[in-house]
Structure formats: C-alpha cells, structure tokens
Design a protein around this ligand. Structure first.
Ligand code: AMP
Ligand code: MG
Length: 490
C-alpha cells in the first residue's frame, strides 16, 4: 500500500540504486507487521532529513517505519553483497533489511533510508528476516553516541515494535530499526560484483561510489585508483577514531565495512572500560580476531580484499594493477598512525610535534594496562588534573610519567589553558558504558519504561560538555565475576 500523505511528511526520494544493474539487488517490499507501535524517534535527525517534525510521531510515519506502508517515491529493494566473515568468503545480502529509497535533504544531501528487521528477502538464507527490540535499541543508542562523539556512522531514525514475537533462544518482542546511511555500499558489495558480475558491472559500481562519495575524484587520471586511495584514507581515519575512544566494533567482516567511511553494523560492538588491548566482547570471537588492538590490522586486511576487487579497473596489465594496489595499501599504516597520534596528542593537550611524543603516549598506555585503569576516565582525570581514586595515579611510575608530560607541555608555546581546552575537546566525559546501556534496554524491554533510555540518550548527546550532570554516567561498572559479552545477528 502506498501512502497518500508522503509530501506532507516530507519524503523526497530520488533512488539511484534501483537504476543500477539488476544483478545488484532484488526489488522487495517489507513484510507488513501486526500492530506497529513507535517506541523512539530521532527528531533532530528527522528534521535534518527534511521530515515534518510535527508528524514524526503520527500513525502515517509509524506505518512507514514498520514497513506497513510505502511512502510515495520509495522503491523498496534488498541489496546483494558478499563478504569475508571471520576470514571465510560467503554470499550474503540484505537478509533482514529493505532499502526504502534515498532521501534528498533540504541541503541537497542524499541518505539511504533502510528498515532493518522488515521481513525475509531472497538473501535471508535460513533467517526469519526479523529483529528483536533489545538489539535494535542498542544500535540506536550506540550509533547516536558515536555520532555525538564525532565519529562517522550510520544513524538511527526510529525504532518501532511490531506486535509480533520473534523466536530466538526465547520468544522476544519483534522490532524494526530505521537506519540512515550515506550509503550501504560495503567492501562486500564490490566482492559480490567482482565475483558474480562482469567487468562492466564492476565499473558501474565503482563509478557509482565515486559519484556518491568522492565526486572530487571523478575527473582524476585514474579515478579507480583514486577511489581505492580515498576509501583507504577514510577507513584509516575512522579506525583511528575508534581506537581513540576505546570502541570495539566486534565483527569487522568485509560486509560490515563501508565505502563511505561510516561505521556500520552495531551488533556485538562495545566500548572498553579498563584499558586492555586484548579486549574482545563478542561471544563468537573466540580467537580474538576482532580484538581492540587488532582493529587497524583487520581494517587493512579488509581493504586488501577491496583492492583485489578493483584490480581489473586499476590497469589493463595485471602486474601493474597489483603494484598500484599494493602501493596504495602500503599507505594505510602511515595514514592510520598519523591520525591516531594526532588524536593522542590532542588527548594529552599537545599542539606541536616532537619525536618523543609517541613513546610518551605508549608509556602511558602501558601503565594504564598494568594498573587496569579505566580508559575514558584516565584521560578525563588528566584533563581536569583530578588524579585521585586510581591505583595508576598513586604509582611512582606514573609520577615519573607525569613529570615528563608536564615538561612536554611546558616546552610548547600554547598556554596551559589552551592545552586544557584541547584536552576537553578530545577526551569525552561519556561513552555508552555497557552497564548503562543494558540498564536502559532492560527498562524499555521488560517494563516498557523508555525514560531511562531517554535520559541516557540526552547525556550521550553531549559527550564533551563536561558538566556535573554527567557524573552519574561516568562511573565504570562494578567489578563482575563474568566478563561482559555481546552477541551478533539478534
Ligand atoms: P551481520 O552479522 O548482522 O553482519 O549479518 C550477516 C548476514 O546475515 C547479513 O546478510 C544479514 O542480512 C543476515 N541476517 C542476520 N540476521 C538475519 C535474520 N534474522 N534473518 C535473515 N537474515 C539475517
Ligand atoms: Mg552486517
């Protein structure tokens, strides 16, 4: 059923993906659900998209978020893609997501509007095409927190419950998340077309990414090489940002790595509390493939898979193509490292560059690991010179480090006040702490009480505010016998 009030709501679709070769997708409507109920909607994002804020809670738009009505101009489809999952290559595709279309915002930006959990598609394999409430609320909270932290990410517009139950280990309430993304192009999309499409189709897909995400590179002498370099650069910067806030993605399969450089797929991700480079939260990542300290290396591995798909476009001579790809990939380390080090300098209030900055950072991290210091709160304490309540700060090794750091700050021309300002802007007071996220989800799912989540979202929206009101959310979880565990595909 298409919707009459689409213009009033503010939908303004212009769907480029559906104009691409048919190999890339299957036209597919969402499967309607029994009794949709809006649980949360992102007014600011809705406004930025050009939607009528007055109508964001109307039944009309709830029915769209539920997949029960198709807005005028939408051309629902499921995207095909492949991917290396924990190193193994597989055919995948949107198994439980439908791309409604591309919304053109009042400032002429293009965003994918996707329903996640909206029913089966030809790519569902054995899955039911559905999602459950807890994980969709979790994606909403964490993706919005990432955005507020200044990290490129897909966004969350709304969560509706479906009034249907979904069978997992137990019966759980069904839900649908409306996800907003610069696009849903993944490394895995390229792997799919490189494997099952023609070179012409591959070129169409590469041209599409250039046009949508790197228009400034389209007229380069070798635009496909520029595309590769552009994606490498964005991903290097993105992963550096993850490391700087202690974010662990948890399932960095190639189908979960975007071409746009946005973080995507909030399944088993989580932020670390105590600093430990070996941290893994995901229940299925038994080898620690996607542990915190492995993220840059895995990023590079995924980008090598991306480069392989582009080889036929890089040069007609295969050896030359491989050489071009390898040279581009060899820049990743430096791009990542310089982004990371610049970020770390900011976290320590350092403006200029000195060779000894990296050992200074590394030594602090080593001490944080040794004394099991909370990652976020350590940098916060350094920012506000509030060095109490942690074993780390009482240790003689730290005192020594602190003197080195102070001498370093004294050597730069910027004032202490400016260094403090820089640190405030680089060290968030807040991250979505796992116990707080769990508490908010539990209240919502078990008691239908969304006030805990609303309050948490308000706090997470201003992570660099450093106001007393934030204190409640800055405490690490109480010590627990069991390590925190996260789950995929739920
Ligand atoms: P993910 O682990 O979320 O990256 O998902 C991997 C693949 O499994 C993707 O192709 C998803 O679309 C698919 N998938 C995950 N959950 C379901 C489900 N409940 N029904 C159908 N497909 C699913
Ligand atoms: Mg995925």
């Amino acid at each position: 059923m298409t919707q009459k009030n689409s213009n009033e709501i503010g939908w303004s679709f212009n769907n480029s993906y559906v104009r691409l070769p048919e190999l890339f997708y299957t036209r597919q409507n969402p499967t309607p659900v029994k009794s949709p109920k809006l649980r949360i909607v992102n007014e600011q994002l809705g406004k930025a998209l050009g939607l009528n804020v007055q109508l964001l809670k109307s039944d009309d738009i709830t029915n769209v978020f539920a997949g029960n009505e198709i807005p005028n101009g939408a051309t629902p489809l499921a995207q095909a893609y492949a991917g290396h999952q924990f190193g193994h290559f597989t055919m995948l595709g949107d198994g439980r997501a439908i791309l409604l279309g591309e919304q053109i915002t009042p400032s002429d930006k293009r965003f994918d509007i996707q329903l996640k959990g909206s029913g089966r598609t030809p790519y569902s394999r054995g899955g039911d095409g559905r999602a459950t409430l807890g994980p969709m609320l979790r994606e909403y909270i964490i993706s919005e927190a990432m955005h507020a932290l200044g990290i490129p990410t897909t966004r969350s517009l709304a969560v509706v419950t479906t009034g249907e139950s979904v069978q997992r280990e137990t019966e759980l309430p069904g839900a649908i998340l409306t996800r907003v993304a610069a696009s849903h192009l993944r490394v895995g999309t390229y792997q799919y077309v490189a494997n099952w499409g023609t070179n012409e189709e591959l070129q169409v897909l590469a041209d599409y990414a250039l046009n949508r995400h790197f228009p400034e590179l389209e007229t380069d002498e070798n635009p496909y090489l520029s595309l590769l370099k552009g994606v490498i650069k964005r991903q290097a910067k993105l992963i550096a940002k993850w490391q700087l806030v202690g974010f662990i993605h948890g399932v960095m399969n190639t189908d979960n790595m975007t071409i746009s450089g946005e973080t995507i797929d909030y399944g088993p991700c989580a932020f670390m509390d105590e600093y430990d480079p070996a941290t893994v939260f995901s229940s299925i990542d038994r080898q620690g493939r996607y542990a915190y300290s492995n993220q840059p290396g895995i990023g590079l591995w995924n980008l090598a898979r991306f480069a392989e798909t582009l080889l036929p476009l890089l040069h007609e001579d295969q050896d030359r193509a491989i050489k071009l790809a390898e040279d581009s990939l060899s820049n990743f380390k430096e791009l990542y490292h310089s982004s990371w080090l610049t970020g770390m300098r900011g976290k320590l209030g350092i403006f200029n560059e000195e060779e000894q900055d990296e050992p200074l950072v590394e030594d602090l991290l080593r001490l944080m690991e040794k004394y099991r210091a909370d990652y976020t709160n350590t940098f916060r304490a350094l920012t506000f010179d509030n060095l109490e309540n942690a074993d780390l700060f009482a240790s003689p090794e730290f005192k020594e480090w602190q003197e080195r750091w102070q001498r370093r700050l004294d050597r730069q021309k910027e004032s202490k006040a400016r260094a403090h300002e820089l640190m405030r802007n680089n060290n968030p007071a807040l991250i979505p702490r796992n116990h707080r996220v769990e508490e908010a989800i539990e209240a919502a799912v078990d008691q239908g009480d969304y006030s805990v989540m609303d309050e948490l979202l308000d706090a997470l929206a201003k992570p660099y505010a450093h106001t007393p009101g934030q204190d409640k959310y800055t405490t690490p979880p109480p010590p627990s016998a069991q390590p925190y565990r996260t789950y995929c595909g739920t």
